[in-house]
Design a protein. Structure first.
Length: 408
């Protein structure tokens, strides 16, 4: 009986191991990585590290706390036909937290720097920062990755380019390809053409110029390229930064762990699904939140791309996000709200300021040497005639130490 149990246990474990291997190989295939990489020691080491119960718990917690952002990224990646592994890019980039740390710092789930955002058509100014637009930034990331896939025809090289830049990847792959070619064809080492190719690569590393020549070398030796060769020789030859290779290995490993159903929080349903709606310029965000009976802080959290408390007036309509369940009430109430007239907004502010000033206490100013009624009127932005009237002044003469009331 015990022998039978051992045989059954062996068969079950064998079947499970084979199924797991198949899943892992599919992940590599989806990223266009050769199946032999499954045996890479550093990949195994990375898997052992991140599949520990402590690390699984840590990343599960990240996914749980950001369930709305997680579901948006999953949905967009699926609809854009990106490899499933691309989902873990924002896990590494931002821990799925949609925020910015400063004017020139990376921002959003995908951590775009200002220059990259501009190239991708994302608005970033004093009013709007679309790097924080949950859907638009994810669409931009998809465009970014697809652009590099088109260049390199391999998804893992597109991910590496996302992390460390197209030029760095192209130069590293070109150099690794040339080195492997010369290992296979040592007699070519001293040929003039090879020396010229080496000069092109060296010049690019130093000056970051000669992009087209760089791709000429890459295309010339691409048949000799091997990712496994690049990884094995990377520490010695520094083809691509080790941090970027680690970045890619983490994404592969996260995918393997996910396929084993160890990230339970990845399927946690968000409180709601977002829908994009249009709102008229100049509307206050508090008013929009009130229209749909939504907590203001929560409303701001899903619309972080709007920097101010009010929508700008440089465009007729703006994209905002609301929970899908609020769509009907939003559509019903927005019909009754007319677009803001800029002149009326200004007039209203003027009236409010006047009312505020009328009720405010006067400023008491004591005349100093060199003061005049004209300079005081300019300084406090009041009319000279009003200043004189409020202080019963029939002339412009002043005495040092004299008290003046300023009503604005």
């Amino acid at each position: 009986m015990s022998k039978l149990f051992i045989i059954i246990l062996f068969l079950v474990n064998t079947l499970f191991a084979n199924a797991t291997d198949d899943i892992d190989l599919k992940i590599l295939k989806d990223l266009d990585i050769d199946s032999s990489f499954i045996s890479n020691k550093s990949l195994k080491s990375t898997f052992d590290e991140y599949s520990s119960s402590q690390n699984i718990s840590y990343y599960n917690n990240i996914l749980r706390k950001s369930s709305l952002n997680v579901q948006i990224v999953r949905s967009e990646i699926e609809s854009e036909n990106l490899p499933d592994s691309a989902f873990f890019i924002p896990m590494l980039e931002s821990s799925f937290v949609n925020q910015t740390r400063g004017k020139n710092a990376p921002a959003g789930l995908w951590q775009f720097i200002p220059g990259t955002a501009k190239n991708l058509g994302l608005r970033n100014d004093e009013f709007i920062d679309e790097r924080l637009d949950l859907l638009k930034s994810t669409d931009a990331a998809s465009t970014y990755l697809k652009k590099y896939y088109k260049k390199f025809n391999k998804w893992y090289l597109a991910i590496l380019s996302y992390n460390c830049g197209e030029g760095n990847v192209a130069e590293g792959v070109a150099r690794a390809s040339l080195d492997r070619y010369l290992e296979l064809n040592p007699e070519m080492n001293n040929s003039e053409s090879i020396k010229n190719y080496k000069r092109v690569l060296s010049n690019y590393r130093i000056t970051k110029k000669g992009f087209n020549d760089l791709y000429d070398v890459l295309n010339k030796f691409k048949s000799s390229y091997s990712f496994e060769y690049l990884v094995e020789n990377n520490e010695k030859n520094k083809y691509i930064s080790e941090s970027s290779i680690t970045y890619l290995k983490k994404i592969i490993v996260f995918s393997m762990i996910s396929e084993r159903n160890l990230y339970k929080s990845i399927d946690k349903k968000a409180r709601y699904k977002l829908v994009k709606v249009k709102a008229h310029k100049g509307l206050q965000l508090k008013s929009l939140a009130n229209i749909i009976n939504m907590n203001y802080n929560e409303f701001r959290n899903i619309n972080k791309h709007i920097k101010k408390e009010v929508l700008p007036v440089d465009s007729k309509l703006y994209n905002i996000y609301i929970p899908q369940e609020k769509l009907d009430i939003y559509n019903q109430k927005m019909i009754m709200i007319k677009p803001i007239n800029e002149n009326k907004v200004v007039d209203k502010k003027v009236i409010e300021n006047k009312k505020e000033n009328k009720n405010s206490k006067p400023i008491i100013y004591y005349i100093k040497k060199g003061d005049s009624l004209e300079s005081i009127a300019r300084k406090y932005n009041v009319k000279l005639k009003k200043l004189k009237s409020d202080n019963n002044k029939k002339s412009n003469s002043l005495k040092i130490g004299e008290k003046i009331e300023i009503n604005r």
